[in-house]
Design a protein around this ligand. Structure first.
Ligand SMILES: NC(=O)C1=CN([C@@H]2O[C@H](COP(=O)(O)OP(=O)(O)OC[C@H]3O[C@@H](n4cnc5c(N)ncnc54)[C@H](O)[C@@H]3O)[C@@H](O)[C@H]2O)C=CC1
Ligand SMILES: CC(C)CC(=O)C(=O)O
Ligand SMILES: [Mg+2]
Length: 350
């Protein structure tokens, strides 16, 4: 098993160190290679995804990424922005299907942004399209028009792009509670109108799955009003980006939300859903659990090592039951720990 580790920027190296310790403790036949991606790569080479890193991500069976970006690089031209390195990996490897499971551990019921009676037992899967939409559409630019600066992006989806993510989502719903909610903005956007048409065309292939549709503004509201109405949500790149950060808070913290980004086969990139958290970087405060849970998703999706994935997930649950909490999920009376101590606790539980 060849795993490319890309710690990235900000809290990336801190949370990655804990995930790698957990993986190594499983004593599996894994080879780790480290790639520079993001701001660290810009500083070293001028490119957020230099040739050497491209080779490593291409040759690996799976990639585990921390997070990229930070204020240091915010003014860089687009091709030299850290986030560009991440988007290029997603596109180059055709990682179009992003799975973001928002699961509330019972131990974190009071850490959720919602009251326990609304959120307890929450288990939602957000399936986000990851290689299309306005994040990749051309043309895009800031230019001068009529004597002033004018910025524009292009939102587009082809029916084949929608169909393939739709199938992934229907299949995922089929393995769960057989309810799929497709989220769009079809009352305003042509891309969303096509999105809805294609989802409706797919419906007869999955008679066992109940398909519903929701406009994205309502979906944002429903997620905090009554999140348990959802089983699987399928949506485009930008809506999925925003809704998954919102869903993270239902689980207690963005530091709890893992993700898997997959191609048509089983190659994947695994990363926490959060960013590089510059406000707490270098302080040993970050919650490493989303990254550790992303490593578990890697074992399950790319390597079919379900038992080992489950061991990690059980260990995470055990440390929460034992009362270990990083600052983002801390409640008075429990054991406040930093990034490394949380990793220690997971290793002990393993
Ligand atoms: N996949 C990636 O690499 C992503 C990168 N970014 C980049 O990260 C940088 C910062 O972006 P923000 O909008 O601030 O989002 P962010 O997710 O980095 O942080 C938002 C808030 O959540 C907290 N947070 C995030 N992860 C945490 C963790 N593991 N433990 C405890 N608290 C945590 C942060 O301290 C901050 O208060 C930007 O440069 C952005 O482009 C943002 C999202 C995803
Ligand atoms: C570079 C961004 C699109 C990353 C992000 O916010 C995400 O994938 O959730
Ligand atoms: Mg995001």
């Amino acid at each position: 098993m060849k795993i490319c580790i890309a710690p990235g920027d900000g809290i990336g190296p801190e949370i990655m160190a804990e995930a790698v310790r957990v993986l190594k403790a499983l004593d599996l036949k894994m080879e780790f290679e480290e790639a520079q991606v993001g701001g660290c790569a810009v500083d070293a080479t001028g490119d957020p995804l230099p040739e050497a890193s491209q080779k490593l991500v291409r040759e690996a069976d799976a990639i585990l990424l921390g997070a990229v970006g930070g204020p240091k690089w915010d003014a860089n031209p687009r091709e030299q922005r850290p986030e560009r390195g991440l988007l290029r990996i997603r596109k180059d490897l055709n990682l179009f299907a992003n799975f973001r499971p928002a699961i509330l551990y019972a131990e974190l019921a009071n850490a959720s942004s919602l009251k326990p009676d609304i959120v307890s037992g929450l288990d939602i899967l957000i399936v986000r399209e990851l290689t299309g939409d306005i994040y990749f559409g051309q043309p895009r630019a800031i230019e001068i028009r009529d004597g002033e600066r004018f910025g524009f992006n292009t939102m587009h989806y082809s029916e084949s792009e929608i169909r393939r993510i739709g199938r992934v989502a229907f299949e995922a719903a089929r393995k769960r509670n057989k309810r799929l909610c497709s989220v769009d903005k079809m009352n305003v956007l042509e891309t969303s109108q096509l999105w809805r048409e294609v989802m409706i065309e797919l419906e007869p292939e999955y008679p066992d799955v109940e398909l519903s549709h929701m406009l994205v503004d309502n979906a944002a509201m429903q997620l905090v009003r009554n999140p348990r109405q959802f089983d699987v949500i399928v949506t485009g790149n930008m809506f999925g980006d925003i809704l998954s950060d919102e869903a993270a808070m239902l689980t207690g913290s963005i530091g709890m939300l893992p993700s898997a980004s997959l191609d048509e086969n089983s190659k994947g990139m695994y990363e926490p859903s959060h960013g590089s958290a510059p406000d707490i970087a270098g302080k040993g405060l970050a919650n490493p659990l989303a990254t550790i849970l992303s490593a578990a998703m890697m074992l399950r999706y790319t390597f079919s090592l379900d038992e080992h994935a489950q061991r990690i997930e059980n260990a995470v649950q055990k440390v929460l039951a034992e009362g270990y909490r990083t600052g983002d999920i801390y409640e008075p009376g429990l054991k406040r720990v930093g990034t490394t101590q949380m990793g220690d606790a997971v290793l002990a539980a393993l």
